[in-house]
Every structure is written in structure tokens, then in C-alpha cells.
Design a protein around this ligand. Structure first.
Ligand code: NDP
Length: 302
């Protein structure tokens, strides 16, 4: 049997009669912490539900999602590499999913599939929970891929003073600046793009940043997206460095620590985006009952 096939992962809603079934779909997916997170949310709020994993083959997201919902699945989280497939699969998108250009949460209502994106809201909630002031802040966002695009809207809604997007290839960062220019104006934020090598030039970065978010995929391969010269330009002890990658102290976090800055990995973002998805599925009123920070602390301790 093909090990990449979704059936190997046993998330067939038919096997859970009388229980609402959810799943996270990605490839690979065995490492995902989402089932453990949702299990804790359902226990905290007394919800009778099952949350499993699905691993569609790379070209089979739509057929897997179709079968899952046809068999009675109630909702799905979507991770790498299927967030664009999920956007195409949804019948209707929330405004924030449209702006993010990607979907990480699907739900079904009256046979219709709704797509949402909770990544950006999850990041902002994690930052606020860690006491990070985003309003009026100078923010540097590294990367211009799907994760960067997903968090730009919620970050701009916090009305930072300035948000600079720095990417390896300039064109992608420029594209995001154009796409989000209107929202930046609404929130009176200065929105600009730079290349990662521009960060070595203090005349281009102007001064340090309050918040530096690594939304590149560099952390996955144990390299930092920025040079040490750039790191010396952007970090001071008052800076906060946030890496979306989780589960390790990345090379980017080490550069920040070396200059006395506070750091965080992205595990809190993962838990907070999951909390938002859980509330979308099970009802906003459960916000009073679930405790995402407790779930985060348990994950860190495990
Ligand atoms: P994409 O493939 O869409 O984008 C990757 C980005 O990283 C691009 O901007 C790319 O630059 C840049 N990049 C890749 N390698 C390097 C490198 N060696 N040096 C500099 N820049 C590099 O990925 P995503 O945006 O979807 O994901 C980015 C990261 O965020 C991943 O590590 C993912 O795990 C994490 N993530 C975490 C979440 C959480 O809940 N904590 C949620 C979502 C994502 P270029 O355009 O020049 O190629």
C-alpha cells in the first residue's frame, strides 16, 4: 500500500458514528501536533469529537477532502503544502482568507465548504500574550511566502508605526507591499520592502526594530535568513525576535539572543491558530472555557 495515502491514517468519519470528526491534512503529517492540541481543547470544553490526521498524496488534496466531507467530516485544518489547494477547494472564503491567499481551516455548513485562515490571528494573539506591543511598533517581517502573506493583514490591523517586508527575492516582497498598501494606509502604517541583503546597510534599515518575525523557511534547514552584519543592525536588547518555526532554538533566534534580545519560537502561534479553528467549528462561546496558554505550557513540558 502507498504509505502517502490518506487511508493509512484512519481518519474515516464512518468509523466514528455519533461523533463529530475533524482532521488535519498535510504531507508529511505524522509529526503534526494539531491532534494533541485539539484533544486538549475538546477535553477542556467537554466536546464529543474526534480529530485525526490525513495525508493526501501531493496531487490528491481535493479528492481526499471531498471524500472526508462526503463521509460526514465536519472540519479540516490544512497545512503544508495544501493551503492553496484548500483555498481552491472552498466554495466560499472569509475576507481574511482571501487577503491571506491561503486557507488553513475548512468547515462545512449545509453542504457548502467555507475556507478561513487563522494563522495571522494566531500569531498576533501569541505576541500579545507574551506582552509584545505591536501598536506603534517598528516591525520587520522576514520572508514573503505563504506564511508572511497570511500574517500581514492581522499585523497591519494592529496599527504598527512601520512594517518592512524583507525577502531574498525582491519581487515577491514588492508584490506584497502593493497588495497590502490600502490596508496599511487605513491603519496609518508605513509599509515598505527591502531585500535581505539590504538589511546589512544601516542607511536602509534606519535603526533597530522592536519586533522581527522570521516567516522564511530557512529555520527548517538550520540556517538564518540574515547575515551577522544584518543581525547587528536590527537587534538591540529591547527587540523581540519571533521565529515561526517551532521546537528548537533556530540560528535566527541565536543571533538575536547573542545581541541580548528576547526570543520566541512559533509554538504559541500554532496553538493559537488551532484555538481559533476550534472556536469556528464548535462555537465562539467556548472561548470562555478553553485555555490555550495552558495547552501551550503542557506542550512545552511534554
Ligand atoms: P513558503 O515556501 O511559502 O515561503 C518560504 C519563504 O522563505 C520565502 O519568502 C523564501 O524566499 C524564504 N526562504 C526559504 N529559504 C530561505 C533561506 N535559506 N534564506 C532566506 N529565505 C529563505 O513557506 P511558508 O511561508 O508557508 O512557511 C514559512 C515558514 O513558516 C515555515 O518554516 C513554516 O513551517 C512556518 N509556519 C509556521 C506556522 C506556525 O503556526 N508556527 C504557520 C505557518 C508557517 P524566496 O521568496 O526568496 O524563495
Amino acid at each position: 500500500m502507498n504509505p502517502a495515502h490518506s487511508n493509512d491514517l484512519h481518519t474515516d468519519p464512518n468509523q466514528f458514528p455519533g461523533v463529530d470528526v475533524y482532521a488535519v491534512a498535510g504531507n508529511p503529517i505524522t509529526h503534526s501536533k494539531s491532534p494533541a492540541i485539539h484533544k486538549r481543547f475538546s477535553e477542556q470544553s467537554n466536546q464529543k469529537m474526534h480529530y485525526g490526521r490525513l495525508q493526501p498524496a501531493l496531487d490528491e488534496f481535493a479528492t481526499t477532502a471531498q471524500s472526508f466531507f462526503a463521509a460526514g467530516g465536519q472540519g479540516m485544518n490544512v497545512t503544508v503544502p495544501f493551503k492553496l489547494d484548500a483555498q481552491a477547494f472552498a466554495d466560499e472564503l472569509t475576507p481574511r482568507a482571501k487577503l491571506a491567499g491561503a486557507v488553513n481551516t475548512l468547515r462545512i455548513e449545509n453542504g457548502k465548504i467555507f475556507g478561513d485562515n487563522t494563522d495571522g490571528a494566531g500569531l498576533v494573539r501569541d505576541l500579545l500574550a507574551q506582552g509584545i506591543q505591536t501598536q506603534g511598533a517598528r516591525i520587520l517581517l522576514l520572508g514573503a511566502g505563504g506564511a508572511a502573506r497570511g500574517v500581514l493583514g492581522p499585523l497591519l490591523e494592529q496599527a504598527p508605526k512601520e512594517l518592512i517586508i524583507a525577502n531574498r527575492s525582491n519581487a515577491k516582497a514588492d508584490e506584497l507591499v502593493q497588495l497590502f498598501a490600502k490596508l496599511a494606509t487605513v491603519h496609518q502604517a508605513v509599509l515598505q520592502s527591502l531585500t535581505l541583503s539590504d538589511l546589512e546597510d544601516i542607511s536602509k534599515t534606519a535603526s533597530h526594530f522592536d519586533l522581527i518575525i522570521n516567516a522564511t523557511a530557512a529555520g527548517l534547514s538550520d540556517v538564518s535568513p540574515i547575515s551577522d552584519i544584518a543581525a547587528s543592525n536590527i537587534f538591540i536588547p529591547q527587540s523581540f525576535a519571533y521565529d515561526m518555526v517551532y521546537g528548537k532554538v533556530t540560528a535566527f533566534m541565536q543571533q538575536a539572543l547573542h545581541r541580548g534580545s528576547r526570543v520566541s519560537d512559533g509554538l504559541g502561534m500554532l496553538v493559537e491558530q488551532a484555538a481559533d479553528a476550534f472556536l469556528i467549528w464548535r462555537g465562539e462561546h467556548l472561548n470562555e472555557v478553553i485555555d490555550s496558554r495552558a495547552v501551550l505550557a503542557e506542550l512545552r513540558a511534554s
